[in-house]
Design a protein around this ligand. Structure first.
Ligand SMILES: [Fe+2]
Ligand SMILES: [Fe+2]
Length: 243
């Protein structure tokens, strides 16, 4: 992530997606190359926080992921990153993979029953994950973001519909486990997403897509279970102790 003390030159070299952000804010990459981001923002009367936020957004949009250090992100930004990258992947990939598996199963052949089962498992994963991310986006993440942003003002945040953040977190962790079981079944059914020698292009694309989705889901669940959720519980404990 770029920082306010880095020079414009350093940021452009390390983060290519920053060029269009600087252009939008009229920060001149040549004339202001040696200035720190903070200095360039001061000269143009810009908010350095706003520019840093746009730089992070551009990096996420461009790469689909960022080599982020979750410890340095606020809880609100981390939740936003999870939605933009990993929830987007759920919405984009699972319907596509389910459709490919159904097409393959409908073709018939020796492996049709197995592929029908694969299609069934992907559809189940899609239904569960879709409902899961809706709950996170509509209830839990806004709660965590509000708790994070209003941490100095009051706790619990307005409109809280549960007594402790640990309750919905527990439910989300249970749902992660359920998704994990479905993925384990898929791995077993597909021999670790290993395509048979006779596989057609759709078959190859399906298994490669499943392999990528499994990797993305691992990272998604890791960021929630091991970073976002423990930090949210910790923040709640601190806020309760203060109030
Ligand atoms: Fe999620
Ligand atoms: Fe989740």
């Amino acid at each position: 992530m770029p920082t306010s003390t880095q020079s414009i030159r350093e940021i452009v070299m390390q983060h290519p997606s920053s060029a269009k952000v600087f252009l939008r804010f009229d920060i001149d990459q040549c004339l202001q190359a040696d200035l720190s981001l903070e200095g360039a923002c001061q000269a143009l009367q810009l908010s350095v926080d706003q520019v840093l936020e746009k730089l992070a957004d551009a990096e996420i949009q461009e790469g689909g992921f960022i080599a982020l250090d979750p410890a340095t992100l606020s809880l609100a930004r981390l939740a936003q990153h999870i939605v933009r990258v990993h929830h987007h992947c759920v919405r984009q990939e699972l319907p596509r993979l389910a459709s490919m598996a159904s097409t393959l199963a409908a073709k018939g052949g020796d492996r049709a029953a197995e592929l029908a089962k694969v299609a069934e498992l992907i559809a189940k994963l899609h239904a569960e994950m879709y409902a899961h991310i809706q709950k996170e986006e509509q209830v839990l993440f806004p709660f965590i973001s509000q708790m994070d942003q209003e941490s100095i003002i009051a706790y619990p945040p307005a409109h809280a519909c549960f007594r402790s953040v640990s309750h919905p977190i527990f439910m989300m962790e249970q749902e992660h486990e359920s998704a994990d079981h479905i993925v384990a079944d898929l791995i077993r059914m597909t021999n670790h997403f290993e395509s048979p020698s006779w596989a057609c292009e759709t078959h190859l694309a399906l298994f490669s897509g499943l392999r990528d989705f499994e990797a993305d889901l691992k990272q998604h669940v890791h960021l929630e279970n091991d970073v976002l959720f423990p930090r949210a519980i910790q923040l709640e404990t601190e806020l309760k102790a203060r109030s």
